[in-house]
Design a protein around this ligand. Sequence first.
Ligand SMILES: NC(=O)c1ccc[n+]([C@@H]2O[C@H](COP(=O)([O-])OP(=O)(O)OC[C@H]3O[C@@H](n4cnc5c(N)ncnc54)[C@H](OP(=O)(O)O)[C@@H]3O)[C@@H](O)[C@H]2O)c1
Length: 253
Amino acid sequence: MKTALITGATSGIGMEFARAYAAKGYRLLVTGRREDRLKQLQEELDVPVEYYIFDLGKKKECFALLDALKDETIDVFINNAGFGLAGSFVETDLEREISMVKLNDIAMHILFKGILQRMVAVDSGSILNVASSAGLLPGGPYMATYYATKAYVTSLTRAVAVELREKKSHVRVHALCPGPVDTEFNANADVVFALKGISAKDCVKAAIKGMDKRGVIIVPNFTMKLAVIAGYILPRSLAVKITGHQQKKKLAS
Ligand SMILES: NC(=O)c1ccc[n+]([C@@H]2O[C@H](COP(=O)([O-])OP(=O)(O)OC[C@H]3O[C@@H](n4cnc5c(N)ncnc54)[C@H](OP(=O)(O)O)[C@@H]3O)[C@@H](O)[C@H]2O)c1
């Protein structure tokens, strides 16, 4: 039986990944801070589910998770836990931003490297880092730090994918770059979507299809695909301005 590790499985995209890999017959290792949700998932799914309660915003707890998993062979790792924050950069809360950088980048990095080293040692496995289409655009006024955290994820994943290809490794790495997805993300980030969101289920379906096709950058929403292409074509200053205009519409009043 294959094993999938999923961080941030207590809601949204992570929870749908848990359901999708359970449907494929994988055994699951899931993480989050809300134990009741992980217990519910364990009861709901017909495959073996083991859960781990860790606050991945803390570096020590990221290493504790890797240590707890040291005897596991992980076939698929969905590096998903993350959150957003909206507002004008001069006004947003610094401590919350530091927490976001710690989770979206530091934890993502520690777990990516830790699990990747184990996969490379056996020359097998795939990792999906959950970024955002925010990470493909040149900047996001009014959600500036979040966009920057996700640019880190896409940049790191793209670079590592090339290194693995040059080593002729069978390990695959991918970055998932969705636009709006209907989850608890909005309420936590204090935004309302300007564009219609897709369901977490559709996002996960497109992500798994992209992984099967060995895509490195996977963009599940059609409108976001167009926006990302426009972001590559337009002068960067104009792309940032348009993104900021869209972003401003999302600020909860
Ligand atoms: N929804 C969107 O529109 C959208 C678009 C692009 C990218 N994304 C990305 O998709 C990923 C999943 O987000 P989502 O939309 O599914 O949001 P969500 O429903 O809020 O889920 C976030 C998950 O992250 C976990 N998490 C948050 N802080 C954590 C911490 N300190 N330690 C451990 N786990 C933590 C949460 O679990 P606990 O609270 O139980 O710890 C939860 O399971 C994120 O990386 C997000 O940036 C989302």
